[in-house]
Design a protein around this ligand. Structure first.
Ligand SMILES: Cc1ncc(COP(=O)(O)O)c(C=O)c1O
Length: 374
């Protein structure tokens, strides 16, 4: 008997191209026999997690024979306290990626659509297409706008027709680093009709100074069709554990709860995330390291004559004025892993994550050499 699974697969699945993750350090070491490798490719926190999170993980290991708390009571309680929300407003995910997928599963199907900006996070189209729904990408602001290549919120609001069920706004956005300020965001949310869920993806918000953006609580009070997604993968330094969450009305959380896996967040991740929340000093230190690193990278780009986008994230999109893939390959051979962003419609750009001062220094030297010899 022969079987052609491709002939059996759903249309949406056939249209998908798998997400390309940043290249792991071990892979590059293996391939090129390099001993010093700096990975600035996946917007991770170079400091890693809080020691409190590490201790909590260790403590959990002896109980690993048991299933996790499927409702994540302790972590939800800690998050609820932090944000002044009830636990029934919180959806935990295997990374915030999981929450984005749950949203697509709960609200999209063939014939419906999702709106997002050009150059927005790659998972929005992946999650949309997998359901058989259609993507409605909206042109970004032009390169000479006040927020170059950022979200054009007016155009995004105008794109929300009757068949649009989800609109994604990443703030700050990956891979551009661009952002939307409080008032324009509010004006946009006021325009999102009640038949459409607004997804405010705040994966990098902990890198943004306090008070610059509105709290989830203030926004949720006014916008019942809003969900704010956040993650422990970035500033909290727990990318490897996969834990994120959504903050929304109890009704949206209830719907997501119906489609999630019963134990979608593992017990080590639950304990680590809860412990991490208690270490605000580590978070502030991570933010300080990031701010210094952004200054270091911007100064280096200025010196090298390379333009870059404004960024409030832990990464910088740099216009390398040549084929980004070719420069990426040269940097790889020098032991530096960056990220190409051709799939985001930015073939002449590279995205670099902000590392420690030493990592940045190593990568900047490699970039300088690559530009002079390449
Ligand atoms: C804008 C944005 N949203 C969501 C995510 C998903 O992160 P995670 O699934 O690790 O929470 C990322 C990861 O890079 C991101 O850049």
């Amino acid at each position: 008997m022969s079987c052609d699974p491709y002939a059996l697969a759903l249309d949406g699945v056939l249209k998908l191209t798998p997400y390309q993750p940043g290249k792991p350090v071990s892979e590059l070491e293996r391939e090129l026999g390099l001993t010093t490798v700096v990975k600035l490719a996946s917007n991770e926190n170079p400091l890693g997690p809080s020691p409190l999170a590490l201790a909590a993980m260790q403590k959990t290991l002896s109980g690993i024979g048991e299933y996790p708390d499927g409702n994540g009571f302790a972590l939800k309680s800690a998050l609820g306290e932090r944000y002044g929300l009830d636990t029934d407003q919180i959806t935990l995910g295997n990374g915030s990626n999981d929450v984005l997928e749950l949203l697509a599963r709960a609200f999209l199907k063939p014939g419906l659509k999702a709106v997002f900006s050009e150059h927005a996070f790659a998972v929005y189209p992946l999650a949309t297409i997998a359901t058989g729904a259609e993507c409605k990408p909206v042109s970004a602001l032009p390169a000479d706008a006040d927020m170059p290549m950022g979200h054009d919120l007016d155009a995004m609001a105008a794109a929300i027709t009757d068949d649009v069920r989800l609109v994604f706004v990443a703030n700050p956005n990956n891979p551009t680093g661009t952002w939307v300020e409080k008032e324009p965001l509010r004006r946009f949310l006021e325009k999102v009709p009640s038949h459409c869920i607004a997804v405010l993806d705040e994966a990098y918000t902990e890198y943004v100074e306090d008070g610059r953006f509105e709290s989830p609580k203030a926004l949720l009070q006014d916008f019942p069709n809003l969900i704010v997604t956040r993650t422990f993968s970035k500033a909290w330094g727990l990318a490897g554990l996969r834990v994120g969450y959504g903050l929304s009305s109890p009704a949206i959380a209830d719907l997501l709860n119906r489609v999630r896996q019963p134990f979608n967040v593992n017990s080590v991740a639950l304990a680590a995330a809860e412990a991490a929340l208690a270490d605000n000093d580590h978070l502030l230190q991570s933010r300080t390291v990031n701010e210094a690193g952004l200054v270091q990278w911007k100064a280096a780009c200025d010196k090298l004559g390379l333009a870059y986008l404004p960024s409030l994230g832990n990464f910088l999109a740099i216009n390398v004025q040549q084929d980004g893939q070719a420069l990426f390959d040269v940097l790889l051979r020098k032991g530096v892993i960056t990220r190409t962003v051709g799939v985001y419609g930015m073939p002449e750009w590279l995205r670099v994550s902000i590392g420690t001062a030493e990592q940045n220094d190593f990568a900047i030297k490699a970039l300088q050499e690559a530009l002079t010899t390449h």
